[in-house]
Design a protein around this ligand. Structure first.
Ligand code: PMP
Length: 432
């Protein structure tokens, strides 16, 4: 069922939102700028679904961009939040719940000996960067084109996600003086990384990387790339930061670092560890983390850091993902989806392929799975946009830009995936 554009409540809400909020949204990718059309205003969500202001149901493949890993409004998460809220929303003083989630994160991600909770992925990477610079006494950082690490000034250089959508490699308002310390290299390019370390290795404070990139669609790092990065950082005394805000507890229980068997010095986490409420974290070797205030010289703080209600949602989510077989089911769902979409596209003779790592997936309107930013950008954007809108009409909500990864939850059953594939079969025929 396609909504009547003249009476759609989404249209009315979007027009109204644009009066009070720039672009009508509180985070750019939500605005449908890349795909065109009216963003859907969501009224409620449950399991693998959400509903828009017109009452239309969608199978949701963004899951709040990662956090909704156990499905929306999971009864146990909702109950934990209600129980915590009844005891007060925020204290600005420590709680036992913060210790428990910190211990759980340290137990599940062994490279994290100590952890500090913050409220967004942006804060997590920004603070990890400051710590790396504070610990090494160096200014330069290395990042990779197409990796998005949140919107801290130093990291808004050739970043992915919404910035790719806008064809805006950086942001205005970021002083040249800040970004002159940020060296941007190609993802999966080992010789270039080696050259960088050879020429300036002893001035590099850190390398920050999404070990499974999810902000330039889905692109896996090659094991050799990450291995060489680890060696070069160790050799030159630079801090290796894995930004696992997206892939942590998403590609598997121990994150990408467990999957690749590579130990970073610091890790940024977010999304899943808050279960849909604002919790993120950075952590790593105790010797590094001991440099944080109040015991060390690197400052960082937050009024709502470790918020008791958010921590309750996060902790319950972390328990749920540890139920036996959870990641096997999650991975199987993502595989079934990309396989089914690929088969349906082939039947319609459309160049298409897909990839999935754990509960994260990407699909590309090209013949081969990309391994670089350039290859990903070469995909057929117009066809993606037609596919996106066709699926939206069919009641399937994929990320509204070709540059984003997708997510399944523990509630995306075979029946839900198969319904998606049937819809895709119809849409591929129409857009072929
Ligand atoms: N790092 C990565 C890898 C991310 O995907 C994101 C957000 N999508 C961030 C950092 C920033 O997190 P937040 O939006 O919570 O600030």
């Amino acid at each position: 069922m396609s909504t009547d554009q003249t009476t759609s409540k989404n249209d009315l809400l979007f027009a109204r939102a644009q009066q009070s909020t720039p672009g009508g949204v509180n985070s750019p990718v939500r605005a449908f700028r890349s795909v065109g059309g009216t963003p859907r205003f969501i009224t409620r969500a449950e399991g693998p679904y959400f509903w828009d202001a017109d009452g239309k149901r969608y199978i949701d493949y963004i899951g709040s961009w990662g956090p909704a890993i156990v499905g929306h409004a999971h009864p146990q998460v909702v109950k934990a939040v209600q129980d915590a809220a009844a005891n007060g929303l925020s204290f600005g003083a420590p709680t036992q719940g913060e210790i428990e989630i910190a211990e759980e994160i340290c137990r599940l991600v062994p490279s994290i000996e100590q952890v500090r909770l913050v409220s967004s992925g942006t804060e997590a990477t920004m603070s990890a960067l400051r710590l790396a610079r504070g610990a090494t006494g160096r200014d330069k950082i290395v990042k990779f084109e197409g990796c998005y690490h949140g919107h801290a000034d130093s990291l808004l250089v050739k970043a992915g996600s919404g910035l790719l959508t806008f064809g805006n490699p950086t942001s205005s308002g970021v002083p040249e003086d800040f970004v002159k310390h940020t060296l941007v290299l190609d993802y999966n390019n080992i010789p270039q990384l080696e050259d960088a370390f050879e020429s300036m290795g002893d001035t590099i404070a850190c390398v920050i990387v999404e070990p499974v990139a999810g902000n330039m669609n889905l692109i896996r790092a090659t094991p050799e790339f990450l291995q060489r990065m680890r060696e070069l950082c160790t050799e030159h005394g630079a801090v290796l930061i894995f930004d696992e805000v997206m892939c942590g507890f998403r590609v598997g229980l121990g994150g990408a670092q467990e999957m690749y068997g590579i130990t970073p010095d610091l890790t940024a986490l977010g999304k899943v560890i808050g279960g849909g409420l604002p919790v993120a974290a950075f952590g790593g070797r105790a010797e590094l983390m001991q440099k944080m205030a109040p015991i060390g010289p690197v400052y960082q703080a937050g009024t709502l850091s470790g918020n008791p209600v958010a921590v309750a949602a996060g902790m319950t989510t972390l328990k749920l993902v540890q139920e036996p077989g959870f990641y096997e089911r999650l991975g199987a769902a993502a595989q079934r989806l990309v396989q089914g979409l690929s088969d349906a596209a082939r039947e319609a003779d459309i160049p298409f392929c897909g990839d999935a790592v754990g509960g994260m997936f990407g699909f590309y309107f090209s013949n081969n799975v990309p391994s670089t930013y350039g290859q990903m950008m070469a995909g057929d954007k117009e066809r993606f946009n037609r596919f996106f809108h066709g699926m939206l009409d069919e009641g399937v909500y994929f990320a509204p830009a070709m540059f984003e990864a997708g997510f399944v939850s523990g509630q995306h059953t075979d029946a839900v995936i198969d319904e998606t594939i049937e819809a895709a079969r119809r849409v591929f025929k129409r857009i072929g």
